[in-house]
Design a protein around this ligand. Structure first.
Ligand code: HEM
Ligand code: HEM
Length: 186
């Protein structure tokens, strides 16, 4: 028996953000238009995902996958010992990763928009051109680059966690993010 777990919005959101994150990460300077538009779409999708986390389908809601930190740590310990309980929606660690990734993406896109304004005089904050001088521009450059690299490191951990949980529970979580379906039960 299998059941519908990830609704179409969650799946389209996931794979679009995943692809565009890598596109934005890999483009700069001469491909700035591609970089900026990939980033805007990621930003808009993250905003929509936050709303969907409040009003969306059962397993898409934040209340379905936000657990106390002690539960997250206990789940991670059990996962490494290959004895973690199976969840049909996000596991406690998976849910914590969702929150951290969404916050990380907001910081990356936010600092990108500010940088684009003060540095290039372009984008929605074009009128901020030159604001804060060189020091502020350098700070935004540093934060944008650092946050992008932190999110990239989180993505590596995210994919490793997905593969480990798939192994422990003998299921293909990645394919479930394509079809939306998972095996029912514990
Ligand atoms: C390319 C390799 C990737 C694979 C195989 C992958 C796989 C998955 C899977 C299986 C889930 C569901 C986890 C669960 O069952 O609890 C998930 C969720 C998620 N992933 Fe990925 N992912 C990838 C890349 C990314 C990237 C690059 C990002 C963002 C920068 C990302 C962000 C997320 C988010 C935010 C969720 C939560 C989905 C939701 O509830 O809306 N993933 N991913
Ligand atoms: C998922 C979203 C994004 C990712 C992963 C990302 C990542 C990056 C990375 C890795 C760099 C290179 C940093 C360096 O080595 O100096 C960069 C540069 C930059 N990004 Fe983004 N970025 C994103 C979104 C945005 C957005 C939305 C904007 C503006 C609207 C933006 C504007 C810029 C600017 C102006 C630079 C400096 C380019 C240069 O002069 O070299 N980014 N970004």
């Amino acid at each position: 028996m299998s059941e519908k777990v990830w609704d179409p919005f969650v799946r389209v959101f996931h794979w679009t953000v995943a692809v565009l994150f890598f596109v934005a990460y890999a483009t700069e300077d001469e491909l700035m238009t591609v970089h900026v538009w990939a980033g805007y779409v990621v930003g808009a999708l993250v905003a929509a995902r936050i709303l969907w986390g409040l009003v969306g389908t059962r397993h898409a809601r934040f209340t379905d996958f936000i657990y106390r930190p002690s539960t997250v740590l206990a789940y991670l310990r059990d996962l490494l010992l290959f004895r973690a309980r199976r969840y049909v929606g996000h596991s406690p660690a998976g849910g914590a990763m969702v929150v951290v990734l969404l916050i990380g993406l907001i910081v990356v896109v936010g600092t990108g928009v500010v940088l684009y304004g003060v540095h290039d005089g372009a984008g929605p904050l074009a009128s901020w051109y030159g604001y804060g001088g060189r020091a502020f521009r350098r700070l935004m450059e540093g934060l944008h680059e650092l946050s992008a690299n932190i999110v990239m490191a989180l993505v590596v951990a995210h994919v490793a966690g997905v593969l480990l949980a798939s192994l422990v529970h003998r299921e293909n979580l990645t394919w479930s993010m394509v079809t939306g379906r998972k095996r029912s039960g514990e």
